[in-house]
Design a protein around this ligand. Structure first.
Ligand code: SF4
Ligand code: SF4
Length: 280
């Protein structure tokens, strides 16, 4: 089972738009959206939901008020000012469990917190797995790992390629999405920030031993910077898969909630996809 993870050093580079096009070209690959903090690939793919599971990403203390003697030990132990003589402040609580271990009356239990949901569905392009983290919920890395686990299981059973739309940045959710991938395809843009973020992604993928390939989106917005990024890839020995021009047809397609499938942008994306597949 092969797995391509599409990443960008930050949001707004066109990563999800590109993944949407790859979905249409993916020979009915299994598709997954690992951007659980702001998932939106489902808007393009319009899946029919078939399965839903709750995600419990953290724990919080629950105090048995019949056992609590108001001794205040928990208040002294908590580093987050999240419990006051047996009264829990849920917004400040980090779920560390120190109060649970320290309570002399064994009045505290740690209970799972519903942090989000994972979904599985079908699209015209293949099975799709995505998730949504609740408002102000953490543990997105764990949810990304669960999305990949479910998607990989389908890909293995059905012997299909897995295409993952990863989270932006280089934090914990990105690390969870990169883990075990056959190839990371970085989507960048011709700006100084785009080049800088690409450098950070390169360090991350090298650290985890995952091959990296790069494509440049909206390349015609700054040809000089596009040249610099291509040169950077050459110097670093990173495969450069192509330049995708900027075009308004992309915006029109997004307004209609559809992947871009025609015109020079679509053709450039198709070429990038063909080259990415050749690296697997
Ligand atoms: S440590 Fe336990 S018994 Fe003491 S105030 Fe906190 S919850 Fe109540
Ligand atoms: S679980 Fe940790 S953060 Fe939450 S109230 Fe207890 S000690 Fe404080």
């Amino acid at each position: 089972m092969k797995e391509i993870v599409v990443l960008s050093g930050k949001g707004g580079t066109g990563k999800t738009t590109l993944t949407g096009v790859f979905a249409t070209l993916g020979q009915r690959a299994v598709l997954a959206d690992a951007d659980v903090d702001a998932s939106n690939l489902h808007i393009l793919l319009n899946p029919v939901k078939e399965y839903e599971e709750p995600f419990y990403g953290s724990q919080q203390p629950v105090v048995d008020q019949n056992k609590c003697t108001r001794c205040g030990v928990c208040t002294q132990l908590c580093r987050f000012d999240a419990i006051d003589h047996g009264e829990v402040d849920e917004l400040n609580c980090e779920g560390c469990g120190v109060c649970f271990h320290g309570c002399p009356e064994k009045a505290i239990t740690m209970e799972p917190v519903l942090s989000g949901h994972l979904y599985r569905g079908s699209t015209p392009y293949g099975p799709f797995v995505w998730a949504e983290l609740g408002i102000a919920q953490e543990a997105s890395g764990k949810l990304v790992a669960r999305v990949k686990e479910v998607a990989r299981e389908i890909a293995r059973q059905e012997d299909r390629l897995l295409v993952v739309d990863g989270p932006p940045g280089i934090g914990c959710p990105v690390i969870a999405s990169v883990s075990g991938a056959s190839l990371v395809l970085a989507v960048t843009e011709p700006t100084a920030a785009g080049k800088h973020d690409l450098g950070r992604l390169l360090s991350l993928t090298r650290h985890f031993g995952v091959p990296l390939a790069v494509c440049l989106n909206k390349a015609t917005l700054d040809e000089e910077m596009a040249d610099k990024i291509e040169e950077f890839c050459r110097e670093e020995g990173v495969k450069f898969l192509g330049r995708i021009p900027f075009a308004r047809e992309v915006v029109k397609a997004l307004i209609h909630r559809q992947p871009v499938t025609e015109g020079p942008v679509a053709e450039a994306m198709q070429e990038v996809w063909r080259r990415a597949l050749s690296l697997l």
